[in-house]
Design a protein around this ligand. Sequence first.
Ligand SMILES: Nc1ncnc2c1ncn2[C@@H]1O[C@H](COP(=O)(O)OP(=O)(O)OP(=O)(O)O)[C@@H](O)[C@H]1O
Ligand SMILES: [Mg+2]
Length: 369
Amino acid sequence: MIIGLTYNLKGDYGGTSGPEDSEAEFDSEETIENLVFALKRCGYDVIRLPYEPDLLDRLRREKPDLVFNIAEGLGGRNRESLVPAILEFLKIPYIGSDPLTLGLALDKATAKVLVAAHGIPTPRFLKIESPGELSFDGRCIFNYAQNLHSLNFPLFVKPNCEGSSKGIQNSSKVDNLPGLLDKVELITKVYRQPALIEEFLDGREFSIGIIGNEELIAFPILEVEPGYQVEAGGFVYSYETKSRNLERFICPASIPRDLEDKIRAIACRAHRVLGCRDFSRIDVRLDSRGNPYFLEANPLPGLSQVSLFPLVASAAGLSFVELINRIVSIAIERLKKEREAFEGGPEVCGLEMADVPQDYRYKRAQEVR
Ligand SMILES: Nc1ncnc2c1ncn2[C@@H]1O[C@H](COP(=O)(O)OP(=O)(O)OP(=O)(O)O)[C@@H](O)[C@H]1O
Ligand SMILES: [Mg+2]
């Protein structure tokens, strides 16, 4: 069985004139090599399929039996949907979420509307295209165009359609109108997209890795903490923090059982409401009273050596190879069921996963406190 690995490689897109985090969402050569290694250890043949102009031709010509898609695509809010859409056009089965879910999750405001409609708590927000849309009555922020909500400071301003902490800075938390307008200007001008303004949640932060479809497995909950001195309630898991490794992870998080249940429920319900498939990572944060809220969903979670998803899997005792093995098996099982349910769906080669030797467990498992 041949698995095609679709991805965007850092450095493949001619450098950039944009902000320093422009390439943050793309994968390194090391990550691709680790994935190729893991898939081969699981018994598959692998072809590398970088996101390049000839991708469509190569997919047609090389016809992989299954695609492991981690391509982020290029440009605009539909970028993550592009490769899965091409795969559907070519009737090539693939691992992971479909174009609609990837687009939905990338457009954070749309994802929030959907999860909120299903009763999942998420911070109140406005999405705006330019600073001119805002008005302030001394206490609350209004938006003329939507006129739906009013928000109270402190607020958090982020790009509506980014991931990998792009456009997220320690200063993304704003306490007053001039600060807010500055951030909105930065996001609309530099990141060239709408700004998402949310009420700031000043509590602890968690991330939940999920695998599965009909039955979901949530890995141990991970807490992200500042690894440096920060004023109480002021921590932001920003690009600066991430790129300088200034965070600390605690997995499993040390939290009471009832909070753990609530956080898991939010994550699993969000995964389902957004239609995530096979695997995802959901970010959750607490308010000052300790109530958990959905922040955002990552149906294409990072799979690098320092990404949270392999880390939470390692806390559950899964090595990287075992994790990839599980994801592929879960996808194959789903595809087989889809094939049974819908005549004419993509063909899926039958394949039973080989047992993966224990000696490939991640060393990082021991590093997790
Ligand atoms: N409403 C909020 N209140 C407090 N902090 C927030 C809020 N929204 C975002 N943050 C902070 O900013 C960080 C990044 O936000 P978010 O998860 O939305 O961005 P992202 O770039 O998609 O993340 P990822 O790197 O997980 O893809 C969060 O982990 C959190 O620390
Ligand atoms: Mg996040």
